[in-house]
Design a protein around this ligand. Structure first.
Ligand SMILES: *Cc1c(COP(=O)(O)O)cnc(C)c1O
Length: 375
């Protein structure tokens, strides 16, 4: 099975992890700081604060802005549940904004959702394609809202050669095993705001500051959301290869784009001229004509060795959210969920693998061209 995404670990990564495992500090040594400095250099931001997952990083980011009970946040339903879960955890209410056919939040629909209770906009760079962050920032500035970007898919993505992570008040990245780079589990928040960075560090580690000798003081409520030293060493080693990973994924995506151009039964997602995508996912959108066959197509592709996946069921469709906030249907999000399939696209694939994926996919779809659905 060729999975839709997977990690690549080389001998250098392993050596780095072993070096730290054999050192004096498995946690709270120098490695986390070195990794954070390397992230700042790569992204071009002032502060990077790592966490044991992007989920913890999201909770930390929301918490340090003092988002609380009754506040509202405008976000995208086409994301992993954690994006919304973590502010619901603080008592805030998600206002889900519909998306565009590239899976990214529709920036033209945000303003209509703003109320006096709205505190922040939380967009997601779906599949690694940057959201229209300039338009989102303009709405946020006009209404005095924060922008917290969940860029869990988009480490290394750029707009006009500027890295994602330099546009929003805070940006979250995930280092989960199959995200653009990995620490096994892990994540981080990047920001240029010193106050946020200080609070994020307190939140990560019990809210404690060192005083003199044995004396420390707990000045705010915190958690233990720290990354281990060996995970940080792995992350720093991976960071050295991120551009190579992204080039490889883009080569596969370009091959698919060419091979699939103008196809009648499905479409691909195009990028803006001035941007680069990490290509965390390679999504295709089935023609509405094929919607009713999606389950069968999915099963057939899996049986033929293609580890396809669907990203994502709109968050509001989950039982927890239906019970808590009632039923919701956003038209484009519903359509997107019905048509989307993520094809294998990762740095461990060869071009021959990509050829195999493309040929198998086209062959399977061919059998459905006379089996359209009625509306
Ligand atoms: C993976 C992911 C997360 C959660 O990341 P973890 O590191 O697994 O906690 C959050 N948001 C999005 C958009 C993701 O894809």
């Amino acid at each position: 099975m060729i999975p839709y995404s997977r990690q690549s670990i080389n001998a250098e990564d392993i050596d780095e992890v072993l070096r730290v495992l054999q050192s004096s500090h498995l946690t709270q040594g120098k490695e986390v700081e070195l990794f954070e400095d390397a992230i700042c250099d790569y992204i071009g931001c002032s502060y990077a604060v790592t966490f044991n997952s992007a989920t913890s990083a999201l909770l930390a980011a929301y918490s340090v802005t003092e988002i609380s009970e009754g506040d509202e946040i405008i976000t995208s339903p086409i994301s992993f549940v954690a994006t919304s879960n973590m502010f619901v955890n603080l008592g805030a209410k998600p206002l889900w904004c519909d998306v565009k056919l590239d899976g990214n939040i529709d920036e033209t629909r945000i303003e209509k959702l703003i109320t006096p209770k709205t505190k922040a906009i939380v967009p997601i760079d779906f599949a690694g394609k940057p959201v229209n962050i300039n338009a989102i920032n303009a709405v946020a500035t006009k209404h005095n809202l924060l922008v917290i970007q969940d860029s869990s898919h988009a480490f290394g993505s750029t707009i006009n050669d500027k890295k994602i992570g330099t546009f929003a008040d805070m940006t979250i990245f995930s280092f989960h095993a199959i995200k653009p780079i990995t620490t096994g589990e892990g994540g981080c928040v990047v920001t240029d705001n010193e106050e946020f960075a200080k609070k994020l560090k307190l939140f990560r580690s019990h809210g404690m500051v060192k005083k003199e000798l044995w004396n420390s003081d707990m000045i705010s409520l915190g958690h233990n959301f720290r990354l281990t030293e060996f995970a940080a060493a792995l992350g720093r080693s991976q960071l050295g290869r991120i551009d190579d990973f992204i080039d490889k994924r883009n080569a596969i995506a370009r091959y698919y784009d060419e091979r699939f151009a103008g196809h009648k039964l499905f479409s691909t997602i195009t990028l803006e001229e001035n941007s680069r995508s990490s290509r965390h996912l390679y999504p295709i959108l089935l023609h509405p004509f094929l919607h009713c066959n999606k389950e069968e197509i999915f099963k057939e592709l899996q049986a033929k060795g293609l580890g396809v996946q669907v990203h994502y069921k709109p968050i509001y469709q989950n039982s927890f959210y239906k019970e808590k906030f009632g039923e919701l249907r956003l038209e484009v999000s519903e359509d997107f969920y019905r048509c989307e399939l993520s094809l294998p696209c990762h740095q461990e694939m060869s071009l021959e693998d990509a050829q195999f994926v493309a040929e198998t996919f086209l062959e399977v779809l061919e059998n459905y061209k006379h089996r359209g659905c009625s509306f």
